[in-house]
Ligand binder design. Structure first.
Ligand SMILES: C[C@H](N)C(=O)N[C@@H](CCCCN)C(=O)O
Length: 451
């Protein structure tokens, strides 16, 4: 009888995996929208006159408001107002931002007085690009806010269960979104008379479905909360206060994780942006062949991340996985710097890319599920948001540094050494993390599921 009363919605495997599918699909659509224009660079140049400089400004706009502090606010909103409110707010922001971007590139907008006015100042950036960048900024706020909300939601629904597997699957579905949009976006554009508007419209509709998903998830989450209250669970009842943020900043463990995160991801996502060109010039191959080689990188990460997440759930070894992932990344970037230019072979390049994919599974699979082990659930949303914020600063500036270095040195040796150095610093931090965990007993090496 007691057992029947205490059985909660997330004790049902079907219910918690349904919840995961709902929120992971929202992120799948979000990651699709992020890259919807990436394969259409030449089309938008001929249709709307965006050169590569304009395209770069548009791409950077996604992170600007987040770096300026929106992500900190997002974390406070999440901890103060909860998963449901923040989830619906963030998915709505994504829909609003996407709609602004759709209007910005639409044929209709180009003939309006507003577009002429936008054209009249900062003339190197066309009115369509200004409007689209503004939309992308709003979308970026929603997307990163949704990212931290989803992490907190998974930590809540899968606590003491398959948490790392669930986080790994969510990331795998997001990686599939990148692969999917690179496949469908050019096809949709071709189907609709070579229009960049059609793929954006398609992905905006998908974001509306993502918003509906989050509303359905919220109904389930409200039910779970009611049960948690009734079951007199061990969930914290104390209220989040903004002053609690000091607790995060004074946590040594938080700083190690946040710095490890920014160093590692700054050597991955910015590298991803330059990888096709690096392979082109190093292997002397066409852009399409280089992109074909590199596309295996997210695919392998997609397959391996949930597998490693499951390993973490049952066997633990999170800190060791972070060390191994950083070590592999250093070896790969050093191989890109020194070995591939000496042996410019496509199979050799593929081997390094595949090994780097293993690293890109090990670190995300271990990093994100480690945060709930070191941070109080009451301030978990703020902790995730501050980690994302520090990470976004790196993601915003490292591509600029790499671009400047490329221009100054005319080759990829120094950029690859910069990426490898970031890996070395991440490795040092992963050693510190393991040592500190051993001393303080956060349980980073312990499995999530006690069998
Ligand atoms: C770019 C973004 N801030 C990020 O860090 N994404 C991570 C996944 C974080 C977990 C989201 N629930 C990634 O590896 O893509």
């Amino acid at each position: 009888m007691t057992e029947a009363i205490q059985r909660k919605l997330n004790d049902s495997a079907a219910a918690r995996w349904t919840a995961l599918v709902l929120i992971a699909l929202a992120m799948f659509f979000a990651y699709m929208f992020v890259d919807v224009m990436s394969p259409l660079q030449s089309l938008i140049e001929s249709e709307r006159g965006w050169d590569s400089g304009v395209f770069g400004t548009y791409a950077a706009s996604e992170y600007i408001l987040n770096v300026c502090g929106f992500l900190i606010l997002a974390g406070i909103i999440l901890d103060k107002c909860g998963i449901r409110f923040t989830g619906i707010l963030s998915t709505s922001l994504m829909v609003i931002g996407a709609s602004i971007k759709y209007i910005g590139v639409s044929d209709w907008f180009q003939a309006t007085a507003m577009c002429s006015w936008l054209d009249s100042w900062w003339t190197t950036l066309p009115g369509s690009a200004k409007m689209a960048s503004f939309g992308f900024m709003v979308f970026g706020c929603g997307c990163e806010m949704a990212g931290i909300t989803v992490s907190k939601a998974i930590a809540k629904w899968f606590k003491g269960k398959e948490m790392a597997l669930a986080m790994g699957l969510e990331m795998a579905i997001a990686r599939l979104g990148v692969f999917a949009v690179f496949s469908v976006s050019p096809k949709i554009a071709t189907q609709f008379d070579n229009s960049v508007v059609a793929p954006i419209a398609f992905c905006t509709v998908l974001l509306i479905i993502g918003l509906i998903n989050f509303i359905v998830f919220s109904v389930m989450d409200a039910k779970l909360d009611k049960q948690l209250g009734e079951a007199n669970s061990d969930e914290p009842t104390e209220e989040f206060k903004v002053s609690d943020l000091g607790r995060i900043f004074s946590s040594k463990m938080f700083w190690i994780v946040a710095l490890l995160c920014v160093l590692y991801y700054s050597a991955i996502f910015p590298f991803q942006r330059y990888a096709t060109n690096y392979l082109e010039v190093t292997l002397h191959i066409e852009k399409e062949a280089a992109a074909d080689l590199f596309r295996w990188f997210p695919i392998l990460a997609m397959i391996l991340t949930p597998v490693l997440g499951s390993f973490l759930d049952h066997k633990g070894k999170g800190a060791t996985m972070l060390m191994l992932g950083s070590l592999i990344m250093i070896a790969c970037h050093l191989s890109f710097a020194f070995l591939l230019p000496i042996y410019p072979n496509e199979w050799f390049a593929l081997l390094i890319i595949v090994i780097l994919g293993v690293s890109f599974s090990l670190v995300p699979a271990a990093l994100w599920p480690s945060v709930p082990k070191i941070i109080d659930p009451v301030i978990l949303g703020s902790a995730y948001s501050l980690i994302f914020w520090i990470q976004n600063i790196g993601l915003c500036f490292v591509p600029l540094i790499i671009g400047m270095t490329l221009k100054a040195t005319g080759g990829y040796l120094v950029p690859m050494l910069i990426f490898a150095s970031l890996g070395v610093l991440a490795l040092i931090l992963s050693f510190a993390l393991k040592a500190f965990d051993k001393k303080k007993g956060f349980g980073l090496e312990e499995p999530n599921i006690k069998e």
